[in-house]
Design a protein around this ligand. Structure first.
Ligand SMILES: Nc1ncnc2c1ncn2[C@@H]1O[C@H](COP(=O)(O)OP(=O)(O)OP(=O)(O)O)[C@@H](O)[C@H]1O
Ligand SMILES: [Mg+2]
Length: 318
């Protein structure tokens, strides 16, 4: 595709009235940490800025958000995302949950919602009509279908987790989707997650840390990225694998590197939201806060790289 990352000239999208920021987490690759990132970031954002309401909306059918945040079992017939979708407003279905984070209960069947999401601007319009004032965090399914496209259109910022070469290739598909939808590519940020810092990849000149190779490839493709990387931690993994109600990193894994990293990533996001709120153009100051200056990719880089093999894959090294 060879597309240059021509993003800096795109005019800022008007943001929904009453909503200070919408953050979506997307990746076509399953199990890269989208839901862990969405749920924990919501908690850290809330903890860092107690005056800033934060709400989670899950566009997946796994119900992790309900299990993690519901203060009591949800009764059948109580308002959920399906009702909010039909009413074109989330005010009635938003509820306060654990850790002071709001959430919208999941619908019993996400496929019904998907059928009503053909228009990719549906969720954006719903958020425009929602008067609740705070940050929305949208967790998506590992696909690039109708609900995920709605999330991309609604979001001021999109985080794309990258854990390995396969998810890096899938990140290319998300950037390509943004490009096809004529959405500004600088809306999205790669965030390295679940990277085992001890992992090394082979090469003729000896093993090199996987994380460094992934970082180099993202830079080569000219993709914006977050400064903070979220490490892989067995302690963090146990927070969701050992219980039906996943536990938060902030309250149950304070001693881990992931705790410090989520704190730092939430700080990055808050500074960026503040820059958005003052409507500064997303370059210079704001882009610098994200640890990335926007511009043309390095020679040979490309934005929409979904169909191209990464160097490891091309060389058959994984
Ligand atoms: N920093 C981390 N360290 C170790 N394990 C983690 C970390 N973050 C998430 N996990 C674990 O990785 C697995 C996948 O995480 P998660 O469910 O958040 O990914 P996902 O991208 O939302 O997956 P899906 O595509 O199925 O929705 C989970 O078992 C989770 O506990
Ligand atoms: Mg998930």
């Amino acid at each position: 595709m060879g597309t240059v990352l021509a993003v800096t000239e795109a005019p800022p999208m008007p943001r929904p009235a009453g909503v200070r920021a919408v953050l979506a987490i997307t990746s076509n690759k399953g199990g890269v940490g989208k839901t862990s990132l969405a749920t924990n970031l919501a908690i850290y954002l809330r903890a860092l800025r107690e005056d800033l309401p934060v709400a989670l909306v899950g566009l997946d059918d796994q119900r992790v958000i309900d299990r993690m945040f519901a203060l009591r079992p949800l009764r059948p017939g109580e308002g959920n995302l399906k009702h909010g979708w039909a009413e074109r407003c989330l005010d009635r279905v938003l509820r306060i949950g654990e850790y002071g984070v709001h959430f919208v209960p999941s619908p019993p069947d996400v496929s019904l919602l998907k059928a009503r999401a053909e228009d990719p601007l549906t969720l954006r319009r719903i958020l425009e009509r929602t008067t609740w004032n705070g940050v929305f965090v949208l967790d998506t399914k590992s696909d690039l279908e109708a609900l995920t496209r709605n999330a991309l259109h609604a979001a001021d910022r999109v985080l794309i987790p990258v854990a390995d070469w396969a998810s890096l290739e899938e990140a290319g598909r998300s950037f390509a989707l943004l490009e096809r939808a004529r959405l500004p590519l600088d809306r999205a940020r790669v965030v390295f997650t679940l990277v085992d810092r001890r992992s090394r990849t082979g090469g003729t000149d000896g093993a090199e840390p996987l994380l460094r190779r992934l970082e180099e490839e993202v830079r080569r493709r000219g993709w914006p990225r977050c400064r903070t990387t979220i490490s892989r931690s067995p302690r963090v993994e146990s927070l969701s694998s050992g219980t039906s109600k996943p536990l938060s990193v902030l309250h149950h894994a304070r001693g881990t590197a992931v705790h410090r990293e989520l704190h730092d990533l939430a700080g990055e996001l808050l500074r960026d939201f503040e820059a958005l709120a003052t409507r500064e153009p997303d370059r210079g100051g704001a882009a610098e806060l994200w640890g990335h200056r926007l511009g043309a990719p390095e020679p040979g880089g490309y934005a929409a790289a979904g169909d191209r093999p990464g160097p490891d894959q091309a060389a058959g090294r994984r």
